[in-house]
Ligand binder design. Structure first.
Ligand SMILES: C[S@@+](CC[C@H](N)C(=O)[O-])C[C@H]1O[C@@H](n2cnc3c(N)ncnc32)[C@H](O)[C@@H]1O
Length: 286
């Protein structure tokens, strides 16, 4: 397995899970997207590009601010693009051009955009190419604002990974074996760790031509009420959903029971609170 195969396989998983992701994940990511929106400060008439738009969360926040100008929003997962189009239509927004496109190869002319933004949509494989492409399509005075994960203790996620390891199918069918290999390749890669390290992200931004780079920690407390709704959140990622769907029935029941017990115990009789560490980056060429 190589990084490009992993990128395509995981994009397929985002496509497959897009509607579920939109229902269970975007409400938790919305406050983070709001922070990106605030830092990017879109003005009427500015042309914005949203990278890794997913189901269009950030693009739909930007669009009313830059109207009557349109927003361009790109993602590799066609299923996510379909869900994003649906989200925009539901909000009565007609000014977003959603396109299936790789953020590492942005098929737009140089010097076009006033701002490029992203909410958790920067790829770990090819971060350098993504940043170079972003620098190319921005106007010389343009700004690049995005959020990405940091490293932090994550007890619910650790409990999930341990329970998946205990109960996963030891003899997975071909598709599950592929998705599992892709996920393990990604999670153990240096590129994955690199994107979570603000110092390494900063140096990639500088290498791409951004001379002014700033980042700040963005702490967010995500609340899951009831605690077991954390499972709906995490199983909206294709790789985890596929593991649970691929378990033999007895193991799946045991997995669910153990997870519910552990999540309730972590929550100590209250809603489950997860303290996330992210970073908010702002970069400019001049
Ligand atoms: C964690 S999701 C974030 C989605 C959305 N921005 C949000 O806030 O909910 C990451 C998104 O990046 C997309 N993505 C990953 N690698 C990509 C690439 N190389 N080019 C375009 N999109 C990519 C995935 O398909 C996925 O929709």
């Amino acid at each position: 397995m190589n990084p490009e195969e992993v990128v395509l396989l995981l994009a397929d998983e985002y496509s497959r899970m897009a509607e579920t992701y939109d229902r269970n994940v975007t409400p938790h990511f919305a406050p983070i997207a709001e922070r990106v929106l605030h830092a990017a400060d879109p003005k009427p008439g500015e042309l914005f590009l949203d990278l890794g738009t997913g189901t269009g969360l950030l693009a739909c926040l930007v669009a009313p601010k830059v109207a009557p100008q349109s927003v361009v929003a790109i993602d590799l997962a066609d299923g996510a693009i379909a869900a994003a189009t649906y989200r925009a239509a539901g909000l009565g927004i007609k000014s977003i051009r959603f396109e299936m496109m790789d953020v590492r190869n942005i098929v737009y002319r140089g010097g076009l955009f006033d701002a490029v933004v992203s909410n958790l949509g920067i790829p770990y494989f090819g971060t350098d190419r993504c940043f170079r492409e972003t620098a190319r399509v921005l106007k010389p005075t343009g700004r690049f604002v995005f959020s990405e994960w940091g490293e932090f203790p994550d007890p619910p996620q650790e409990a999930l990974m341990a329970a998946l390891n205990r109960h996963r199918n030891p003899d997975p069918p071909r598709k599950l074996a592929e998705v599992r290999a892709a996920s393990e390749f990604a999670r153990t890669s240096d590129a994955f760790r690199g994107l979570r390290d603000p110092k390494r992200v900063e140096s990639l931004l500088r290498a791409a031509g951004f001379r002014r780079v700033a980042f700040e920690p963005l702490r967010h407390r995500a609340t899951f009420d009831p605690p077991e709704s954390y499972l709906d959140f995490r199983l909206s990622w294709g790789v985890f959903e596929a593991e649970v769907a691929g378990m033999v029935p007895g193991s799946r029941d045991a997995f669910t029971k153990e997870m519910v017990r552990e999540l309730r115990s972590l929550a100590k009789g209250k809603p489950l609170e997860a303290d996330w560490l992210l970073y908010l980056y702002s970069a400019r060429a001049e």
